[in-house]
Design a protein around this ligand. Sequence first.
Ligand SMILES: NC(=O)c1ccc[n+]([C@@H]2O[C@H](COP(=O)([O-])OP(=O)(O)OC[C@H]3O[C@@H](n4cnc5c(N)ncnc54)[C@H](OP(=O)(O)O)[C@@H]3O)[C@@H](O)[C@H]2O)c1
Length: 319
Amino acid sequence: MYPATIVENLPVEYTTLGRTGLRVSVMGLGGGGYSRLGMSRDKSEAESIKIITTAIEGGVNFIDTAEAYKTESLIGKGIRGVPRHQVVLSSKKTPGSGIEADDIVASVDQSLKNLGTDYIDVYHLHGVSPDNYHQIVAKTVPVLEALKKNGKIRFLGITERFEQDTSHKMLEMALNDNLFDVVMVGFNMINHSARNKIFKLTREKNVGVLDMFAVRNALSNRQRFQEVLSHLKKIGQIDDATPDSCLDFLIEEEGVGSITEAAYRFCKYEPGVDVVLSGTSNIEHLRHNLQALQLSPLGESALNRIHDIFGRVDSVSGS
Ligand SMILES: NC(=O)c1ccc[n+]([C@@H]2O[C@H](COP(=O)([O-])OP(=O)(O)OC[C@H]3O[C@@H](n4cnc5c(N)ncnc54)[C@H](OP(=O)(O)O)[C@@H]3O)[C@@H](O)[C@H]2O)c1
């Protein structure tokens, strides 16, 4: 039997993840991305585990990983000692075109072993592209449903390949099929296209939404931001006259502490976003992000200015 409640005794806010009914922290710890909790950045295992335990101590109860990230075992170690019902675990399988039922069952069993648990709360098909969506779903969903019945996974999710599918074609198909309880979608200050295409549908169907790519490279690295702006000007998705400093007003006029802070606040308050995933290898960044996600929404004039600059963008992910 799964316990019905999660302990909520710390400052991070909690919300309900759509029709799963799971109570989750609005900040989710991301085990993938560029940082992989430090495993991509030469951090020691102890330092990576410290990121997990610090997030949990800060109130985060939602932790995302995947077979492909190779961070499941680390997370298993990080949550050891925490009562199982106090964390919500999300993991994933990348389904290639030749995938068989046995592959999925073996992957789930291995993920359970790595995480040191006997159930995964949300299990996703990972990075599904629009081209093979129908084929993948036909092959995998019956197997996932069976795993759900025998209690190894609780809810089904699907994640997009945002770097290639920047306008969410795959998730539109998935939401119309209504087979998944949770979706993971790219949404950030640069590409807001999920607002009309995805959040309308998820809200209608009460599907839980995990937001990825809140910061990535473009909103944590000024040089990358400038490269993205140049590209967007070239393809006509932002005005030619947009200066490289177009977001500096957030700090200079709106009193925001940093662009990454603004990026997380922007995503947290978007109607339709349940959990904002944040990935890091750096304990100070983690603390900063925990704080950022407790601050108030950006002001209306700031949101309007961001919309005026980036409102037409649907061709980049912000990587
Ligand atoms: N298709 C998919 O299913 C998919 C794809 C991508 C990601 N995801 C999931 O979504 C999660 C979130 O994505 P993400 O990890 O790329 O998260 P993100 O929050 O958008 O970006 C994290 C990047 O920003 C940097 N960063 C974080 N906080 C910072 C701060 N305060 N100041 C400066 N830089 C900062 C990190 O580097 P540092 O290490 O230096 O902090 C990291 O490289 C992943 O971990 C993964 O769980 C899923």
